[in-house]
Ligand binder design. Sequence first.
Ligand SMILES: [Zn+2]
Length: 346
Amino acid sequence: MKRTTRSLKTVFALILALLLLAGTFTGCASEGSTEEKTESSTSSEKETSKQDEITLAGNLNIGGRDLLTQEYEVDDKLVVSVPEYEMNDDDPMAKPEPTVPPVGTDCGAKLIALTFDDGPTNVSEEFVAALNELDVDCTFFMLGYLIETYPDAVRAMVEGGHQIASHSYDHPNLKTSSQDVAFNQLATTENLLKNIDGKTNHYIRCPYGESGDYVKSIANAPLIYWSVDTEDWKSRDADAVYNSIMTNAYDGCIILCHDIYESTRQGTLRAIPELKAAGYEFVTVEELLKRRAVDIQNGTTYYDAQNSGTTYPDNVVPLTFGSFAENMPAATPTPAATDAPAAETP
Ligand SMILES: [Zn+2]
Protein backbone atom coordinates (compact mmCIF):
# COMPACT_ATOMS: atom_id res chain seq x y z
CA MET A 1 0.00 0.00 0.00
CA LYS A 2 2.73 2.36 1.03
CA ARG A 3 4.71 1.54 -2.05
CA THR A 4 1.69 2.20 -4.25
CA THR A 5 1.07 5.55 -2.60
CA ARG A 6 4.65 6.48 -3.05
CA SER A 7 4.75 5.62 -6.72
CA LEU A 8 1.49 7.44 -7.23
CA LYS A 9 3.10 10.47 -5.66
CA THR A 10 6.07 10.22 -7.93
CA VAL A 11 3.91 9.78 -10.99
CA PHE A 12 1.87 12.77 -10.02
CA ALA A 13 4.89 14.90 -9.44
CA LEU A 14 6.14 13.99 -12.88
CA ILE A 15 2.83 14.87 -14.47
CA LEU A 16 2.94 18.25 -12.77
CA ALA A 17 6.42 18.77 -14.04
CA LEU A 18 5.40 17.94 -17.59
CA LEU A 19 2.51 20.35 -17.36
CA LEU A 20 4.90 23.08 -16.28
CA LEU A 21 7.30 22.33 -19.06
CA ALA A 22 4.57 22.43 -21.66
CA GLY A 23 3.68 25.88 -20.50
CA THR A 24 0.10 24.94 -19.91
CA PHE A 25 0.20 25.24 -16.16
CA THR A 26 -2.11 28.06 -15.21
CA GLY A 27 -1.50 28.19 -11.49
CA CYS A 28 -4.97 26.96 -10.68
CA ALA A 29 -5.52 23.36 -9.65
CA SER A 30 -8.85 21.67 -9.96
CA GLU A 31 -10.54 20.68 -6.70
CA GLY A 32 -10.62 17.00 -7.51
CA SER A 33 -6.87 16.64 -7.60
CA THR A 34 -5.93 18.55 -4.47
CA GLU A 35 -5.38 15.47 -2.40
CA GLU A 36 -2.74 14.01 -4.65
CA LYS A 37 -0.98 17.34 -4.93
CA THR A 38 -0.40 17.58 -1.20
CA GLU A 39 0.85 14.06 -1.11
CA SER A 40 3.44 14.86 -3.71
CA SER A 41 5.11 17.25 -1.29
CA THR A 42 6.00 14.44 1.09
CA SER A 43 7.57 12.47 -1.70
CA SER A 44 9.53 15.48 -2.93
CA GLU A 45 10.81 16.31 0.53
CA LYS A 46 12.36 12.88 0.85
CA GLU A 47 14.27 13.54 -2.32
CA THR A 48 15.47 17.06 -1.58
CA SER A 49 18.82 15.72 -0.42
CA LYS A 50 19.46 14.59 -3.97
CA GLN A 51 18.18 17.73 -5.61
CA ASP A 52 20.50 19.71 -7.82
CA GLU A 53 18.87 23.08 -7.59
CA ILE A 54 15.64 24.63 -6.48
CA THR A 55 13.84 27.32 -8.36
CA LEU A 56 10.62 29.06 -7.43
CA ALA A 57 7.80 28.14 -9.74
CA GLY A 58 4.79 30.31 -9.11
CA ASN A 59 1.54 29.80 -7.28
CA LEU A 60 -0.63 26.71 -7.05
CA ASN A 61 -4.18 27.04 -5.76
CA ILE A 62 -5.15 24.28 -3.37
CA GLY A 63 -8.29 24.33 -1.25
CA GLY A 64 -8.75 28.01 -2.01
CA ARG A 65 -5.20 28.97 -1.03
CA ASP A 66 -2.31 30.02 -3.17
CA LEU A 67 0.77 28.01 -2.40
CA LEU A 68 4.23 28.69 -3.60
CA THR A 69 5.56 25.68 -5.45
CA GLN A 70 9.11 24.68 -6.07
CA GLU A 71 10.66 22.80 -8.90
CA TYR A 72 13.99 21.05 -8.96
CA GLU A 73 15.77 18.27 -10.69
CA VAL A 74 16.32 14.85 -9.19
CA ASP A 75 18.37 12.44 -11.22
CA ASP A 76 17.80 14.58 -14.31
CA LYS A 77 14.06 14.60 -13.78
CA LEU A 78 12.15 17.75 -13.05
CA VAL A 79 10.12 17.54 -9.84
CA VAL A 80 7.56 20.06 -8.68
CA SER A 81 6.88 20.15 -4.96
CA VAL A 82 4.07 21.76 -3.08
CA PRO A 83 5.24 22.94 0.33
CA GLU A 84 3.36 21.79 3.39
CA TYR A 85 0.99 24.24 4.90
CA GLU A 86 -1.03 24.31 8.08
CA MET A 87 -4.59 23.11 7.83
CA ASN A 88 -7.43 24.95 9.44
CA ASP A 89 -10.91 23.56 10.19
CA ASP A 90 -12.51 25.14 7.11
CA ASP A 91 -10.03 23.55 4.82
CA PRO A 92 -11.65 20.82 2.77
CA MET A 93 -8.45 18.87 2.98
CA ALA A 94 -8.49 19.01 6.79
CA LYS A 95 -11.60 16.86 6.99
CA PRO A 96 -10.87 13.26 7.93
CA GLU A 97 -11.51 10.65 5.30
CA PRO A 98 -14.75 8.74 5.85
CA THR A 99 -14.38 5.22 7.17
CA VAL A 100 -14.56 2.90 4.23
CA PRO A 101 -16.43 -0.36 4.93
CA PRO A 102 -15.19 -3.61 3.37
CA VAL A 103 -16.18 -4.02 -0.25
CA GLY A 104 -19.66 -5.48 -0.48
CA THR A 105 -20.65 -4.53 3.04
CA ASP A 106 -24.24 -3.41 3.18
CA CYS A 107 -24.27 -0.61 5.70
CA GLY A 108 -27.39 1.05 4.46
CA ALA A 109 -29.91 -1.53 5.55
CA LYS A 110 -30.93 -2.88 8.94
CA LEU A 111 -30.97 -6.63 8.57
CA ILE A 112 -32.43 -9.43 10.66
CA ALA A 113 -32.15 -13.16 10.03
CA LEU A 114 -35.08 -14.93 11.64
CA THR A 115 -34.44 -18.67 11.92
CA PHE A 116 -36.77 -21.54 12.71
CA ASP A 117 -35.53 -24.91 13.94
CA ASP A 118 -36.89 -28.42 14.32
CA GLY A 119 -39.52 -28.45 11.55
CA PRO A 120 -41.10 -28.84 9.17
CA THR A 121 -44.51 -29.77 10.52
CA ASN A 122 -48.02 -30.26 9.24
CA VAL A 123 -48.67 -26.51 9.68
CA SER A 124 -45.47 -25.29 8.04
CA GLU A 125 -47.13 -24.54 4.73
CA GLU A 126 -49.65 -22.31 6.44
CA PHE A 127 -46.92 -20.55 8.40
CA VAL A 128 -44.80 -20.04 5.28
CA ALA A 129 -47.82 -18.49 3.55
CA ALA A 130 -48.20 -16.06 6.46
CA LEU A 131 -44.50 -15.14 6.23
CA ASN A 132 -44.82 -14.64 2.48
CA GLU A 133 -47.77 -12.37 3.12
CA LEU A 134 -45.47 -10.19 5.25
CA ASP A 135 -42.86 -10.21 2.48
CA VAL A 136 -40.01 -11.54 4.59
CA ASP A 137 -37.34 -14.15 3.94
CA CYS A 138 -36.45 -16.53 6.76
CA THR A 139 -34.27 -19.58 7.29
CA PHE A 140 -35.53 -23.02 8.28
CA PHE A 141 -33.09 -25.44 9.91
CA MET A 142 -34.92 -28.71 9.48
CA LEU A 143 -34.72 -32.31 10.54
CA GLY A 144 -34.23 -34.89 7.84
CA TYR A 145 -36.95 -37.26 8.96
CA LEU A 146 -39.49 -34.42 8.95
CA ILE A 147 -38.32 -33.26 5.52
CA GLU A 148 -39.19 -36.79 4.38
CA THR A 149 -42.59 -36.48 6.03
CA TYR A 150 -43.50 -32.97 4.83
CA PRO A 151 -41.66 -32.39 1.55
CA ASP A 152 -44.39 -30.08 0.27
CA ALA A 153 -43.75 -27.73 3.16
CA VAL A 154 -40.08 -27.57 2.23
CA ARG A 155 -40.97 -26.88 -1.39
CA ALA A 156 -43.23 -24.05 -0.25
CA MET A 157 -40.29 -22.55 1.65
CA VAL A 158 -38.11 -22.66 -1.45
CA GLU A 159 -40.86 -21.14 -3.58
CA GLY A 160 -41.36 -18.41 -0.98
CA GLY A 161 -37.70 -17.39 -1.20
CA HIS A 162 -36.78 -18.78 2.20
CA GLN A 163 -33.54 -20.59 2.91
CA ILE A 164 -33.76 -24.29 3.65
CA ALA A 165 -31.02 -25.68 5.84
CA SER A 166 -29.95 -28.72 7.84
CA HIS A 167 -30.55 -29.38 11.52
CA SER A 168 -29.41 -33.04 11.29
CA TYR A 169 -31.64 -36.04 10.62
CA ASP A 170 -33.22 -36.58 14.00
CA HIS A 171 -31.62 -34.16 16.43
CA PRO A 172 -28.82 -35.96 18.25
CA ASN A 173 -25.96 -34.07 19.83
CA LEU A 174 -23.48 -34.29 16.97
CA LYS A 175 -20.57 -33.35 19.18
CA THR A 176 -21.01 -36.40 21.41
CA SER A 177 -22.18 -38.74 18.65
CA SER A 178 -19.77 -41.15 16.99
CA GLN A 179 -18.18 -39.90 13.80
CA ASP A 180 -20.25 -42.34 11.74
CA VAL A 181 -23.48 -41.11 13.28
CA ALA A 182 -22.55 -37.45 12.87
CA PHE A 183 -21.52 -37.98 9.26
CA ASN A 184 -24.70 -39.86 8.37
CA GLN A 185 -26.93 -37.34 10.15
CA LEU A 186 -25.51 -34.51 8.05
CA ALA A 187 -25.08 -36.39 4.78
CA THR A 188 -28.59 -37.82 4.80
CA THR A 189 -30.21 -34.48 5.53
CA GLU A 190 -28.07 -32.73 2.93
CA ASN A 191 -29.25 -35.24 0.33
CA LEU A 192 -32.89 -34.74 1.28
CA LEU A 193 -32.54 -30.98 0.90
CA LYS A 194 -30.67 -31.39 -2.37
CA ASN A 195 -33.49 -33.56 -3.72
CA ILE A 196 -35.87 -30.70 -3.13
CA ASP A 197 -34.03 -27.62 -4.39
CA GLY A 198 -31.26 -29.19 -6.43
CA LYS A 199 -28.62 -27.26 -4.54
CA THR A 200 -25.65 -28.37 -2.46
CA ASN A 201 -23.86 -27.04 0.60
CA HIS A 202 -26.95 -26.26 2.62
CA TYR A 203 -26.15 -24.32 5.74
CA ILE A 204 -26.04 -26.30 8.98
CA ARG A 205 -27.20 -25.59 12.50
CA CYS A 206 -26.15 -28.38 14.83
CA PRO A 207 -28.75 -29.48 17.40
CA TYR A 208 -28.12 -27.61 20.68
CA GLY A 209 -25.55 -25.57 18.78
CA GLU A 210 -23.05 -28.35 19.53
CA SER A 211 -20.66 -29.09 16.70
CA GLY A 212 -17.19 -30.25 17.76
CA ASP A 213 -14.00 -30.69 15.79
CA TYR A 214 -15.18 -33.62 13.69
CA VAL A 215 -18.34 -31.91 12.45
CA LYS A 216 -16.38 -28.75 11.71
CA SER A 217 -13.90 -30.78 9.69
CA ILE A 218 -16.54 -32.51 7.53
CA ALA A 219 -19.09 -29.71 7.20
CA ASN A 220 -19.50 -28.66 3.59
CA ALA A 221 -21.25 -25.46 4.66
CA PRO A 222 -20.97 -22.79 7.35
CA LEU A 223 -22.31 -23.63 10.82
CA ILE A 224 -24.92 -21.16 11.99
CA TYR A 225 -25.36 -20.32 15.64
CA TRP A 226 -27.51 -17.43 16.84
CA SER A 227 -27.12 -14.18 18.75
CA VAL A 228 -30.69 -13.74 20.01
CA ASP A 229 -32.35 -16.67 21.76
CA THR A 230 -36.07 -16.16 22.15
CA GLU A 231 -36.24 -19.14 24.53
CA ASP A 232 -39.57 -19.88 22.93
CA TRP A 233 -39.19 -23.58 23.85
CA LYS A 234 -39.28 -22.50 27.49
CA SER A 235 -41.97 -19.86 27.57
CA ARG A 236 -44.38 -21.37 25.02
CA ASP A 237 -45.95 -17.94 25.19
CA ALA A 238 -46.59 -15.68 22.20
CA ASP A 239 -46.20 -12.48 24.24
CA ALA A 240 -42.87 -13.64 25.59
CA VAL A 241 -41.61 -14.52 22.11
CA TYR A 242 -42.79 -11.19 20.76
CA ASN A 243 -41.19 -9.28 23.64
CA SER A 244 -37.93 -11.15 23.37
CA ILE A 245 -37.62 -10.34 19.68
CA MET A 246 -38.64 -6.70 20.11
CA THR A 247 -36.22 -6.22 23.01
CA ASN A 248 -33.19 -8.05 21.71
CA ALA A 249 -33.23 -7.68 17.92
CA TYR A 250 -30.46 -5.58 16.41
CA ASP A 251 -29.01 -4.89 13.00
CA GLY A 252 -27.26 -8.04 11.84
CA CYS A 253 -28.66 -10.42 14.45
CA ILE A 254 -29.59 -14.05 13.96
CA ILE A 255 -32.70 -14.92 15.97
CA LEU A 256 -33.37 -18.46 17.19
CA CYS A 257 -36.98 -19.67 17.14
CA HIS A 258 -38.80 -22.98 16.80
CA ASP A 259 -41.79 -22.73 14.49
CA ILE A 260 -43.11 -26.04 15.80
CA TYR A 261 -44.83 -24.04 18.57
CA GLU A 262 -48.04 -22.15 17.91
CA SER A 263 -46.88 -19.51 20.41
CA THR A 264 -43.71 -18.96 18.39
CA ARG A 265 -45.62 -18.63 15.14
CA GLN A 266 -47.94 -16.07 16.71
CA GLY A 267 -45.19 -14.11 18.44
CA THR A 268 -42.98 -13.86 15.37
CA LEU A 269 -45.83 -12.91 13.05
CA ARG A 270 -46.66 -10.08 15.44
CA ALA A 271 -43.08 -8.83 15.80
CA ILE A 272 -42.23 -8.87 12.09
CA PRO A 273 -44.51 -6.01 10.93
CA GLU A 274 -43.38 -3.80 13.80
CA LEU A 275 -39.71 -4.35 13.10
CA LYS A 276 -40.32 -3.78 9.41
CA ALA A 277 -42.01 -0.51 10.28
CA ALA A 278 -38.88 0.35 12.29
CA GLY A 279 -36.82 -0.10 9.13
CA TYR A 280 -35.63 -3.68 9.49
CA GLU A 281 -35.41 -6.02 6.55
CA PHE A 282 -35.84 -9.75 7.15
CA VAL A 283 -33.34 -11.77 5.14
CA THR A 284 -32.07 -15.33 5.03
CA VAL A 285 -28.89 -16.13 6.94
CA GLU A 286 -27.06 -16.56 3.66
CA GLU A 287 -28.16 -13.17 2.42
CA LEU A 288 -27.27 -11.58 5.76
CA LEU A 289 -23.73 -12.94 5.66
CA LYS A 290 -23.23 -12.06 2.03
CA ARG A 291 -24.57 -8.55 2.32
CA ARG A 292 -22.29 -7.95 5.25
CA ALA A 293 -19.30 -9.21 3.30
CA VAL A 294 -18.63 -11.96 5.82
CA ASP A 295 -15.90 -14.34 4.70
CA ILE A 296 -18.04 -17.49 4.64
CA GLN A 297 -16.08 -20.66 5.33
CA ASN A 298 -17.27 -24.23 5.58
CA GLY A 299 -17.11 -25.57 9.13
CA THR A 300 -16.84 -22.11 10.68
CA THR A 301 -19.52 -20.99 13.12
CA TYR A 302 -21.27 -17.66 12.58
CA TYR A 303 -23.32 -15.90 15.23
CA ASP A 304 -24.39 -12.70 13.56
CA ALA A 305 -23.26 -10.24 10.92
CA GLN A 306 -23.20 -6.67 12.06
CA ASN A 307 -22.36 -3.81 9.77
CA SER A 308 -18.66 -4.48 10.14
CA GLY A 309 -19.14 -8.10 9.03
CA THR A 310 -18.47 -9.78 12.35
CA THR A 311 -17.15 -13.30 12.55
CA TYR A 312 -16.44 -14.71 15.97
CA PRO A 313 -14.13 -17.64 16.61
CA ASP A 314 -15.94 -20.71 17.87
CA ASN A 315 -14.82 -20.32 21.46
CA VAL A 316 -15.68 -16.64 21.78
CA VAL A 317 -19.01 -15.54 23.21
CA PRO A 318 -20.20 -12.14 22.01
CA LEU A 319 -20.80 -10.12 25.14
CA THR A 320 -23.47 -7.61 24.38
CA PHE A 321 -26.10 -9.25 22.30
CA GLY A 322 -29.48 -9.74 23.88
CA SER A 323 -29.93 -12.82 25.96
CA PHE A 324 -27.14 -14.63 24.21
CA ALA A 325 -24.33 -13.82 26.61
CA GLU A 326 -26.43 -14.61 29.65
CA ASN A 327 -27.86 -17.85 28.51
CA MET A 328 -25.50 -19.40 26.06
CA PRO A 329 -21.95 -19.41 27.42
CA ALA A 330 -19.89 -21.40 24.95
CA ALA A 331 -18.37 -23.60 27.64
CA THR A 332 -21.75 -24.81 28.94
CA PRO A 333 -23.61 -27.16 26.64
CA THR A 334 -27.27 -26.32 26.32
CA PRO A 335 -29.40 -28.81 28.23
CA ALA A 336 -31.25 -31.12 25.89
CA ALA A 337 -34.58 -29.60 26.84
CA THR A 338 -33.54 -26.14 25.67
CA ASP A 339 -33.67 -27.09 22.03
CA ALA A 340 -36.98 -28.76 21.40
CA PRO A 341 -36.41 -32.47 21.01
CA ALA A 342 -37.90 -34.00 17.92
CA ALA A 343 -40.18 -36.15 20.05
CA GLU A 344 -42.12 -33.06 21.08
CA THR A 345 -42.81 -31.97 17.56
CA PRO A 346 -46.53 -31.63 16.95
ZN1 LIG B 1 -33.26 -28.11 17.46
